[in-house]
Design a protein around this ligand. Structure first.
Ligand code: ZN
Length: 297
């Protein structure tokens, strides 16, 4: 939990990063994905002991506030990214949450809620058009909750690149799952990512990207079981942002997992993600004036 505060301090010290305070997600927004019964049991504190065990921490008013806040921040990141090209949440990426239950430190599925909400907001100005969203989940654990939410939904493509032998042990079918063996290193990982992006591109034409930039594939992670270096993870981030930039796809990203033996290492991976994101935000900044002159899009 301590990583979030350190991350915020580190980012506040970086020039050109603008921090926007977001609103907590409302019940109505959460209900785009979650069942009313589940939302109520979280909000009113009536989760059963076993439901709390599956989430991984005890219910408290602070837990509700955090879960709402974290989902609200991904929503804000998405709204900002749709205007500015790139924006990130300093938390979020709680991809193990299902419509009717939380799991693995995840209460609400911020990414799924955001994808649905952006589709709804998009439809207001572009009726009869459904925003096509690609969710690129590079947290080391499978995005099982997200996969389940969007099964059979052609408007959202779920890609998950994760450790084969890691949590969750019963995986769901994403649109594209790439399973990696324990101990996977930079080169093998980046090759797998390349193949995954090629296949995504072949099967789906996204208009918007939600990226889960988990820090837990790092070699210093307690739970990750992979062996990526700082450079490898930075190359991963760069590949995702570059891939999206070449198609001029806005990207909103969230931090997802990261459980370093040394918390500073986890934060460093995440700071590096913001550093790469900032480079691509600057490209959008430089490109946007030309947009106006050409009058497109
Ligand atoms: Zn994870």
């Amino acid at each position: 939990m301590g990583k979030y505060e350190i991350l915020r301090e580190r980012l506040d010290a970086m020039p050109d990063i603008r921090r926007i305070l977001s609103e907590p997600a409302t019940d109505g927004q959460l209900a785009l994905v979650h069942t009313p019964e589940y939302i109520q049991s979280v909000v009113q504190g009536t989760l059963s002991p076993s439901a709390q065990r599956e989430i991984g921490f005890e219910w408290s008013p602070g837990m509700v506030q955090r879960a709402r806040g974290s989902s609200g921040a991904t929503i804000q990141a998405a709204r900002t990214a749709l205007v500015e090209g790139v924006a990130g949440n300093l938390a979020g990426g709680t991809h193990h949450a299902y419509p009717d239950k939380g799991s693995g430190f995840c209460v609400f599925n911020d990414t799924a809620v955001t994808a649905r909400l952006m589709q709804a907001e998009w439809a207001r100005s572009k009726p009869r058009q459904i925003l096509r969203v690609a969710i690129i989940d590079l947290d080391v654990h499978q995005g099982n909750g997200t996969a389940k939410v969007f099964q059979g939904d052609d408007s959202v493509f779920t890609l998950s690149l994760h450790g084969a032998r890691n949590f969750p042990f019963r995986k769901e079918a994403s649109d594209l799952d790439i399973e990696l063996p324990d101990g996977t290193t930079d080169i093998a990982y980046l090759e797998a990512l390349e193949r995954a992006l090629e296949e995504l591109e072949h099967r789906f034409e996204p208009q918007f990207v939600l990226y889960l930039a988990g820090a837990d594939p790092h070699e210093g992670d307690r739970l990750g079981r992979l062996k990526l270096t700082f450079d490898g993870l930075e190359a991963r981030d760069r590949r995702v942002f570059d891939w999206a930039w070449h198609k001029r796809l806005p990207v909103a990203f969230a931090m997802a997992g990261g459980y370093g033996h040394d918390i500073e290492q986890t934060v460093q991976v995440q700071v590096n993600t913001f550093g790469v994101a900032l480079e691509y935000w600057r490209r959008w900044e430089a490109w946007r004036p030309k947009l106006g002159q050409n009058g497109t899009p």
